[in-house]
Every structure is written in structure tokens, then in C-alpha cells.
Write a protein that binds this ligand. Structure first.
Ligand code: ZN
Length: 137
């Protein structure tokens, strides 16, 4: 059984309603809920998403090859809806500053090969480019 466009739209609306209900039950005010998606646009949600990115980058570093798209999408959500929150707030710079400090305090670079700071980022970019050419994208 395949889902047609109408089913998809219904499912999407149902998810949106569910997210809206969840956000309301968690105490988010109506004005802080994105009507199109049901996602919370509150300051607290912004800080929570920002914290998860900065914290992940702190411990695991960052690879533009693997994570830039996701980071761009997360930031685009806020840039579109709450530009006043994100204006001048560089999550990547904050995360990388904490990443350097964290691993410096441990006394060695992180051991993630794809880390843009400690790994061989250029090699990763070249490898990704080769794969892209092989699969014809
Ligand atoms: Zn690193």
C-alpha cells in the first residue's frame, strides 16, 4: 500500500497538530509555536537547540563534510522565525572554542579523523569530492 499526496498532507497536518499540542502541554505560549510546523519558537527552545549543537561540537568537533548541512538547516529555521535570537550568535565558533579548550585541558587533540580542527579536514573534503564524482552528483 502506498501513501498518496493527500495521505501525506493529512499525516503532516496530524504531526503538526501533535507537535503543537506537545508544545502547549510543555508550557509554550501560543505565540511561540510556529503555525506551519508546530515546532516551538520560544527562547527556551532556541537555547536548547543551540546548547545541543555547541555541546556536541565541544566534545566531538565539527566536520563541514558531515554536519554543515544539518547545522545550516537548524540555523535557517531560527533565522527565518527568530532572527533576533540568532543574529550575531555563531554556534560553530562557540562550539569550536569550547572544543579546543576541552581537548587542550585533556592534553591531546581529539581523535576524530574528520574533525575540521584536529583531523585532516582537507583529506576528508577530497575524499567526499571523489565519492561525489563516482556517483555522478
Ligand atoms: Zn577535534
Amino acid at each position: 500500500m502506498t501513501a498518496g499526496p493527500v495521505d501525506e498532507a493529512d499525516r503532516y497536518t496530524a504531526m503538526c497538530d501533535a507537535r503543537t499540542a506537545l508544545a502547549l502541554s510543555l508550557g509554550t505560549s501560543v505565540g511561540d509555536i510556529d503555525p506551519a510546523s508546530g515546532y516551538s519558537m520560544s527562547r527556551r527552545s532556541y537555547e536548547s537547540v543551540r546548547h545541543s549543537w555547541v555541546s556536541s561540537i565541544k566534545y566531538h568537533g565539527f566536520s563541514a563534510v558531515y554536519e554543515q548541512d544539518s547545522l545550516d538547516k537548524a540555523r535557517a529555521f531560527w533565522l527565518e522565525r527568530r532572527p533576533e535570537f540568532i543574529d550575531g550568535d555563531d554556534w560553530l565558533a562557540a562550539g569550536m572554542a569550547e572544543h579546543r579548550e576541552h581537548w587542550q585541558s585533556i592534553g591531546h587533540p581529539c581523535n576524530r579523523p574528520s574533525c575540521d580542527e584536529h583531523g585532516d579536514g582537507l583529506l576528508m573534503l577530497q575524499a567526499a569530492e571523489e565519492v561525489r564524482q563516482q556517483i555522478g552528483r
